[in-house]
Design a protein. Sequence first.
Length: 533
Amino acid sequence: MDATAGASYGEAFLSPQSTEIMRKGGILPPGINGRGLLEAVRRAVEDTGSRYTSARSSRDLAARLVGHIEHGRCVLGTPALTNIARGNRPVASCAAVPLIPDTDSVLPSLSTSEEYYTQNMGSGYNLHRFSDPVRELLRLNEHAATVQNSDRCERYVGNMALVGADHPRVHEFIDAKTARSLPHFNISVDFSEPMIDGLARQGTAADVLGHAAEAAWRCGDPGVLSLDRFNRSNALADQHPYLTTAPCAEVGLAEGDTCVFGYINLSAFLVGDSMTDYNWELLADVVDTLALSLDGLLDLGADRLPTKVSRDLTNLKRRIGICVCGFADLLLWLNIEYGTQESLDLLRSLLAFVQFTARAASVRLAKERGPFPGFWLSRWRTGDLETAVEDSTMVAAADWTLLSEHIRTHGLRNAVSTAAPPSGRSSLLIGAFPSIEPPLADPATVSLNTSLRRRVADMAAGHPVRRSATEIPWQRHLAVVEVTNRHVDEGVSKTINLATAATADDVLDIYRTALVRGLRAISVYRSGSRPPA
């Protein structure tokens, strides 16, 4: 190996490539460079942390986070970076916009939507209550484009819209993007558990799923999801049920819900040629640092969230999302094929460790700062959210049992601690491949890491490790989603990229298999099916 994986990600954040990404993406305001942004992050973490601990401890926490970012071990979500760079703004990545009740139009709610967009948040909408959901979708997309073109927000406006599979006009909704680009919206169809149970029989559910698969084959939309399953992991489902999701279905959202994300580069802890050289202790420190930092940053500008319901829910739940990226990098460093059993076992161990460490940090924070205010009414309190997690490389089943006892006794600081969103530009800033996705092209040509690119190029051109996303069987993609689905608190954003030759029946097989196997959400994209924007 030319360089250890961990060492090769150092200084990526301050590289000219990262600076260019931040400039073009509106992350950096005029007059601030990458070093200035890190200084703003340091100040923000120090200031918010000092509300709960000593000045010395908060300074140490801020220095640890900035050091980890500089070394490419983690990075904050780009909405958080964008808003931190501009002062006292909320750091949330996404929200469910509260819609005016008892109306059959989104028009009265557009001003509220605009307030969220100008805080650089993506949004989620449930259009099931509307008699004509396509009409409302078109109105929302046109409004998002207007706000985007007005330069009142630095970040691209991306949203999710969904309707239930039993909506009387669901077929019109499914076709909404086959003839239109609607660039500011992903769309999904929500399947309840009874409808999923009915997929084995010919009838409404099977017809809707077949139509959704046909449309997705043509243009990539809609995805499919199940709010019933999202709500199973919703600690406050009785009081605040999830009504929609974030733009890529990574988290469920009740009305007004928000979430803040931070990403861990799984490849940055490899210090040799095999997992025997993996620095688990350093990974634990980064998870812990992110948990403490994100919990404090929740308070940054929270009083400026656009609506009272968002301000109240942010305080009630204090939910954060510790996420991962760089999984494909790690597999490439280790010469492991994506989606094989070896890669799945590795991912299981890594995600279980991250989830366990994040949850343990949340227990410790509950002892120090108090549990999230909704804890004593939540399903965490009764143990209803406990899941049987099998032994893995670094976390034994007995450790999970003990942690569950601590949760019931001391509470959790955060209703949600982990998620699996698309890391997008965030992972690019530290030179890693996004989230749990494989490379979209030959990694020898597209990797942002010079050492990794050189290492992969030394392999034979036909080496299986060099397969791009569309060359990997969809069954392997889906297996990665299944493992991830089990080891995060919330949803999994994962696109199954298909070759141009894939058929609508392939998409239907993917959608049906995902729903039958208990996944919360899935989406596909067939190469070339959507014209360039």
